[in-house]
Design a protein around this ligand. Structure first.
Ligand SMILES: [Fe+2]
Length: 291
C-alpha cells in the first residue's frame, strides 16, 4: 500500500520527488495540491487514492512547473476534476511549450528528450481564494516561479511548493532554480515567521517548524549572490558562467545548461537591482563589472 503520510486530521502528503498534498473531504472526494512529478509519482498517487476509495474533486497547482503538474491530465480524464492554478502559472499549466521556452529562450534542443518536454497541457481555471473550500488559504510566494502560491488546508497545514530547498538539495544542485533572487530572499525571510501546525515543502520532509529552513534559504541565496558578485570583474556572461561551473563545481547537459544559465542571469539581475554591479555592451556582449 502506498503510504499517505498524515500531517493533520484530514491532510496527508505523498512523499515523492515533488511532494503531493491530499486533503480528504470525508465524502469519498479529495483535493490534490499539485498532481505529481515526471517520475512515477502519478501512478503511485493513483494507486494510493484507489486503495482509499478517494476520487479527485479538484487539483490546486501551486505553480506551473512540470514536476508539479504532471498528473493533471491523467486525473482530469479519470475523474473529471477541475484543475486550478494561480495567475500567470495557469498559462504554463495550459501551454506545454512555455516552460521550455522560458528556460531555453527558444525551442529546446532535442526537444522530445528534454526534461521539460510534455506533449499536452491541461485546461485550467484561475486559482483564487473564492474558489477554495472553507478553511483553505492561499499565500503568495514570489521568487521561484512567476506567481507561485502556498496553500493552507483547514488543518493548518501549509504546502509551500518550491519556496524553500533543504541543505542536501542545495548541495546536490548548487544552483537550484529561482527566477527572481531578491524576491526569493524576501519570501524566505517572510517564511521564518509563518505560523502553522505543519509545513510541507515540495522537495524535502515535512516539518512542524519551518523557521530554521527558511532562514537557511535566505542565507544560502545571499551567499550565492555574494559569490556571483566576486565573479563580476569586467567579465562577459559566458566567462562568469564558466567560472561558476568550475568553482562550484557543476556538471552539464543540455537541460542543465538551459536551467543553470537562466538562473545565473537571474543572480546577475539581482546584483544589478542592488546597484552593486553594472553592465555595458562590449562588441556584441554585455560585460559585468562591480561598482
Ligand atoms: Fe518549481
Amino acid at each position: 500500500m502506498f503510504q499517505f503520510l498524515p500531517c493533520g486530521k484530514n491532510t496527508y502528503y505523498l512523499r515523492c520527488f515533488s511532494n503531493i498534498g491530499v486533503y480528504d473531504l470525508g465524502n469519498g472526494e479529495a483535493i490534490l495540491i499539485d498532481s505529481g512529478d515526471h517520475k512515477k509519482s502519478v501512478s503511485d498517487l493513483d494507486k494510493a487514492l484507489t486503495e482509499r476509495n478517494l476520487r479527485v474533486k479538484m487539483i490546486l497547482n501551486t505553480h506551473g512547473h512540470i514536476d508539479h503538474i504532471n498528473g493533471n491530465r491523467f486525473f482530469k480524464e479519470k475523474y473529471g476534476c477541475t484543475v486550478y492554478a494561480p495567475s500567470i502559472e495557469r498559462y504554463f499549466v495550459e501551454e506545454s511549450t512555455l516552460e521550455p521556452s522560458y528556460y531555453y529562450t527558444g525551442i529546446p534542443v532535442n526537444r522530445k528528450r528534454s526534461f521539460f518536454f510534455r506533449p499536452l497541457g491541461t485546461p485550467a481555471e484561475l486559482l483564487t481564494p473564492e474558489i477554495l473550500p472553507a478553511g483553505f488559504e492561499l499565500l503568495s510566494l514570489p521568487g521561484h516561479a512567476f506567481n507561485m502560491v502556498g496553500i493552507k488546508t483547514p488543518d493548518d497545514v501549509w504546502f509551500l511548493a518550491d519556496a524553500l530547498i533543504d541543505p542536501a538539495t542545495y548541495e546536490a544542485y548548487k544552483l537550484p532554480a529561482f527566477r527572481d533572487i531578491n524576491e526569493s530572499i524576501a519570501t524566505a525571510k517572510m517564511l521564518t515567521t509563518l505560523q502553522g501546525a505543519y509545513f510541507v515543502p515540495a522537495h524535502c520532509e515535512a516539518t512542524t517548524d519551518i523557521s530554521a529552513l527558511a532562514a537557511y534559504n535566505a542565507e544560502a541565496l545571499e551567499k550565492t549572490k555574494t559569490f556571483f558578485l566576486s565573479l563580476c570583474d569586467n567579465k562577459r556572461f559566458d566567462e562568469i558562467f564558466t567560472a561558476a561551473c568550475e568553482q562550484l563545481p557543476l556538471t552539464m547537459d543540455m537541460d542543465k545548461y538551459a536551467k543553470i544559465s537562466a538562473t545565473v542571469k537571474c543572480y546577475l539581475q539581482a546584483l544589478l537591482e542592488d546597484g552593486v554591479i553594472g553592465a555595458r555592451i562590449e562588441g556584441f556582449h554585455p560585460v559585468y563589472y562591480r561598482v
